[in-house]
Write a protein that binds this ligand. Structure first.
Ligand code: MLT
Length: 234
């Protein structure tokens, strides 16, 4: 049987070998939810960057730039990190260069994996089917917050472990812990997360509607995959 493991923080990545794995990068609030939304609304590609300057420089190559630090849009960038910004007709067929505090950092750190895909509650079922039908062992990388573990990414990892339990077996204790947590929370995700650190941070920025949206399950069927440094639809 194939295996699934969960890396609860990008700072633990040195413990995992990604070479033979399909890596699912998850940053529920909000980077990977934005990416899923953007592809569902017709974006051509998203190129993830760790550094603000490198991302901003892509403007000169005809890219839209999207950037967030500590949840706030960065000066000089075209877009911030609210999924509602990625629903506009005008973005259809366009290329975006994207940098976020944790989500794109995790993606860059996963470099060298056999395959890197984007997961969120918005495309949960499609990601689950993709992993079930794929040939590779799976590693879910939770973006967390500046190296610290967070609840929402762990819950998403647990959802995948739970949904895949008849096809892919947990490789260690982190997937089991995530699965137990998800089973506790699955019928009340929003409530379960109300005291979590990033929900409190986003509440201070007055963006509760982003949180509710990002916790919506199976709104889209797209699975973004990294190809030559660019995310495109699988
Ligand atoms: C991140 O990448 O850390 C998040 O997406 C931050 C945010 O919610 O803007």
């Amino acid at each position: 049987m194939k295996t699934i493991d969960v890396c609860l923080s990008p700072d633990l990545m040195h413990l995992y070998n990604v070479r033979d794995k399909t890596v699912v990068v998850v940053d529920i609030l909000r980077a990977t939810s934005c990416m899923t939304t953007a592809f569902a609304h017709g974006i051509e590609s998203i190129t993830p960057f760790a550094k603000l300057e490198e991302c901003l420089a892509m403007k000169a190559h005809g890219y839209f730039t999207a950037g967030e630090r500590d949840g706030k849009k960065v000066d000089g960038f075209d877009f911030g990190n609210s999924p509602f910004e990625y629903m506009h007709e005008s973005l259809k067929g366009k290329n975006i260069a994207f940098t976020t505090t944790n989500g794109t950092q995790a993606m860059v750190k996963a470099d060298g994996a056999r395959e890197i895909i984007v997961g969120s509650f918005l495309n949960l079922s499609s990601v689950e089917a993709y992993l079930r039908n794929g040939a590779n062992n799976v590693l879910v990388i939770c973006a967390g917050w500046k190296g610290k573990v967070n609840l929402e990414d762990t819950l998403f990892a647990g959802a995948l472990v739970e949904l895949l339990k008849d096809h892919i077996e947990p490789d260690c204790d982190a997937p089991l812990a995530a699965q137990h947590l998800y089973n506790l929370a699955k019928n009340k995700l929003f409530d379960f997360l109300k005291d979590s650190s990033h929900v409190k941070r986003l509440n201070r920025l007055n963006i509760q509607k982003d949180i509710e949206y990002c916790l919506t399950t199976n709104l889209y069927s797209v699975v973004p995959v990294l190809h030559n440094g660019k995310l495109v639809i699988a």
